[in-house]
Design a protein around this ligand. Sequence first.
Ligand code: SF4
Length: 475
Amino acid sequence: MKLSMNLPVFEYDVRGLLMAFYPGEEITTGEDAAGKGISVLYGTGDPVPCRISFFSPGGREDAEVLLDLADRSRAKTDLKRVLYGILSRDTGKQLPWGTLTGIRPTKIPMAMLREGKTDPEILAHMEETLLVSPEKAELALQIAKRELQLLDRIDYEDGISLYIGIPFCPTTCLYCSFTSYPISRYEALLPEYLSALKKEIRWAGSRFRGKKLNTIYFGGGTPTTLPAPLMDELLREVEDTFDLTGLLEWTVEAGRPDSVTEEKFRVLRDHPVSRISINPQTMHQRTLDLIGRRHTVEDVKRAYAEARSLGFDNINMDLILGLPGEGAKDVEDTMREIVRLAPDNVTVHSLAVKRAARLNIMKDAYQGYTMDTTDDVMRMCASYLREINEAPYYLYRQKNMAGNLENTGFARPGTEGFYNILIMEEVQTIVALGAGATTKRVQGDLITRAENVKNVDIYIQNIDEMLRRKEQLFS
Ligand code: SF4
C-alpha cells in the first residue's frame, strides 16, 4: 500500500488508520499512488481544501473535505472520517474504535466528563463523530468514570510516583519488546547494577523530599529474577529513603513464575509491597513452550498458591489473546482456569507484535500460526471475569494489536492498580530509575521526559549522566 501526501499534515494519523484497516501490510511513501494506495492533497485557502484519492486495481474513489486547521483536533477528525469511509468501503470492515488510532481511547470521555458533559453527549460524540462502536463507547465511558473516582485519591500537585526497572528475565519471550536481558548473562554485574540503582534512589529521595510518594512500581523485565538477598537490599533502600506514609500502592512484577521462590515472596512480605503480578499469559503448555516462557502451567499455580498462603491479597495476572496458534476455545480453557484461581485483577492483552520482538524478526518461522483475536473473545473474557466480580478499570491500545482491539485491566473493587492508570492518563510525575526507564514530568498539560539508556553496562558506567539528565528535567 502506497501513501502519498503533498504535506506531512496528520500523516501519523493517516498511517495509523491505514494500518488499522490493513494489518500486516507495509505502507510505503511514494511520489504517486499508482497500484493500491492513498493520496492526500492539501490545497490552499481557509478552510483548507483536501482531496483524498484511493487507488486500487478495481478502480478509484475521490473525496473532498474542507479542513479548518485553526482547530487541529476537529480538522484531524474530519479528515479521518472521510478516509475511514473510503477504507471501510474497500475492506467491508468497521473498526471497533472507529477513527481513534491513539493509545488512550479513555482520554476523550475523561476530558468530556471533566467539562461536565452528560453521558448521552459523550456517547453521541464517540459514536457519531469518532465512529466508535456503541459497545466500545460505553466501555470507554464506564472506565473513564471509574478512573476519575480512583484518581481522586492521587495528589497531582504535591505527589509523585516511583518506577524502578530491573531489566532481566529468565528467558526472553517471543513477543517481548521491553528492556529485558536473560539474567544468566548478567549475574556477575548484578551488584554493580544495584549499586547504580541505589545511587538513583538516593538522588530521587533527596530531590523529592517533602513530596508525597503515592505509588511505587517495580517492573522491567522481571524484578523477581534478582536473588532474594539483592531484592531485600533494594526494597530496604527504597523503604529507608522515602516517606511511605502517603503510599497507596507498591506493586512488584513477579511476572515469570520461573523467577519466584517462597524465599523471594517472603522478602516481598517483609516490606510493604501491596500488590504483585504473576503472569501466566495462557494456561496452555504448548503455547508457553512456543513463546519461550520456559515454565509450566503448574509453575503458575504453584507460585500463585505460595503467594496466597503468604498473605498476598492483591494479585494480578496478565493474559494475552491472539498468541500463536490459539483460538477462542484455547482462551476459554485458560479463562476457566483463571476463574478457578480467582486472582484479584486480570489484565487481558491483545497480542501486539512490535518491530523489535523476536516474533517479528523471525516472522517467517511463525507464518503457519494464526495470531488473531476478535471482539467476541474479548467479550467472553469479560463475562468470565464478571463471575469473580471483576470489572474493567483501565484500557489502552498499542500499534499492530491483534483484532485491532485493546488491552483491558479488570479488577475487583478496591484492588485496582493506581500506577496503571497513572501511566496511561499522564496526570502525575513518574520518577523512573534503572536501565531503560523513562522519567515523565507532568506539569498540567505539559509533559517532558528524560530517558535512561537501555544498555546495562552503559547505564552502570554513566550513572552520573543519567542523574544529570533527570536533574536537568526538574531544574
Ligand atoms: S516476561 Fe515480560 S519483560 Fe520478560 S521477556 Fe517476557 S515479555 Fe519480556
